[in-house]
Design a binder for this molecule. Structure first.
Ligand code: BMA
Length: 397
């Protein structure tokens, strides 16, 4: 881990003041070396030196200062803090929708999540609302609201099938038709234009963009048996280059997120990997490991793996989707999720965990008032490693 810029600046100033005193110079030199070697990179906030654009290598060399700060700070908190996230948290919950200030997470803990997940599926059709009936303009307001509270915004895209006109689960082969030269290429770039406009309207807030997720399984048209790894890589690279270089979208960090399926080894996890120059966040989605106590170590092992892969490249790792639908286990939060994350010093270095949406009583992933796992969710919230919106550090300076 490198020294953050404000710390370096302070240390250099101290060294200048101490120039005439050789003993002090030696002590300061030792202190600088010790800090570099300790791996103790703290978030940049609270330095008193004002905003800095940290020196990080991102997919986008022109990324905004805040996006760079977000990345550096998420890297800096690794091992000490894991941010808690929830999909669609502000839009609806079990038994309610569109109530200002409400979130099931907040109803249960008194705090908002630290990470807010949203999905832009159907934006490609020009619809007013996404595939889960979330109004796009309201979504933009909620994105800003979460960001203004200091939270992190992440966006996935259940993009419809560009060949058949079906939904994301329509597995008609499609990628070869939307790449340059393909018959649907023009239509595809218009979809990306709509996304760029949507993101532009939200303002320049940093967004962790997680397109074409869970590609290691065959559920979506962009993954598994429906594609070749080469096609997938070309789709990813084209998408990044189009948004970044043609549309000048500079507030995105890019998250690669295979599924539990086919990610037991590094080689399998990297099958569709588009390359170090195209990925900022090493993610992974897992709805399988935490179904039973016996398989919790499966998650720990995969988290270790993605943290190691990420850190070897100067990137960050995250559990980009997880949960157990309508969990019937009273201690699922501390007994499974927290146990999986904290089981070893490497797995706990993920930067955030995102739970999926609370669509209904039968289809929800975080508790609501009265749910049997509510007390354990509060214990999870109280754990010093886990960070909700009320204790989130300043991630943007
Ligand atoms: C899936 C389910 C679907 C939803 C989709 C996109 O996992 O929750 O009901 O439409 O995500 O959010």
């Amino acid at each position: 881990m490198e020294l953050t810029l404000p710390v370096l600046r302070r240390r250099t100033a101290m060294a200048a003041r101490a120039r005439c005193n050789p003993v002090l110079v030696v002590c300061l030199a030792l202190l600088m070396v010790a800090t570099v070697c300790s791996g103790d990179a703290r978030p940049l906030n609270g330095s008193g030196d004002g905003p800095v654009a940290p020196d990080v290598a991102l997919v986008d060399p022109e990324a905004t200062d805040e996006s760079r700060a977000l990345f550096a700070n998420l890297r800096g908190i690794a091992g000490d803090q894991v941010l808690f996230g929830h999909q669609d948290s502000l839009a609806y919950g079990v038994g309610w929708a569109n109530q200002a200030g409400r979130s099931d997470v907040h109803d249960v803990t008194g705090a908002y999540p630290a990470v807010y997940g949203w999905d832009v599926g159907d934006i490609e059709t020009g619809a007013d609302e996404n595939l889960d009936e979330v109004d796009f303009e309201a979504m933009q307001r909620w994105m800003r609201e979460g960001y203004e509270r200091g939270g992190v915004i992440t966006v996935s895209w259940h993009m419809g099938n560009p060949v058949s006109g079906g939904d994301a689960w329509d597995t008609t082969r499609a990628i070869h038709t939307i790449l340059p030269g393909g018959e649907h290429h023009g239509a595809f770039t218009r979809w990306l234009d709509r996304f760029a406009e949507f993101v532009g309207e939200v303002g320049d807030i940093p967004i962790i963009f997680r397109p074409f997720h869970e590609m290691t399984e065959s559920g979506f048209w962009w993954g598994g048996q429906n594609v070749t790894p080469q096609e997938y890589v070309e789709l990813w690279q084209f998408t990044v280059e189009y948004l970044r270089d043609r549309r000048s979208v500079h507030n995105l960090l890019y998250a690669y997120a295979p599924d539990w399926q086919e990610t037991a080894s590094e080689q399998a996890y990297l099958t569709y990997y588009p390359g170090d120059e195209y990925v900022d966040v090493f993610g992974y989605d897992d709805y399988i490991s935490l179904i039973s106590d016996a398989t919790v170590p499966e998650m720990t092992r995969r988290l270790q793996m993605i943290v190691e892969l990420a850190e070897a490249r100067g990137k960050i790792a995250a559990l980009t989707e997880t949960g157990l639908k309508a969990t019937p286990h009273a201690t699922w939060w501390t007994g499974r999720l927290l146990r999986a994350i904290t089981a070893d010093p490497v797995s706990r270095r993920i930067s955030y965990v995102l739970l999926w949406r609370n669509a209904s009583e039968q289809d929800h992933y975080v508790p609501y008032p009265g749910h049997l796992s509510e007390p354990d969710f509060v214990r999870f919230y109280d754990d010093p490693l886990i960070v909700f919106g009320d204790t989130v550090p300043d991630l943007y300076h």
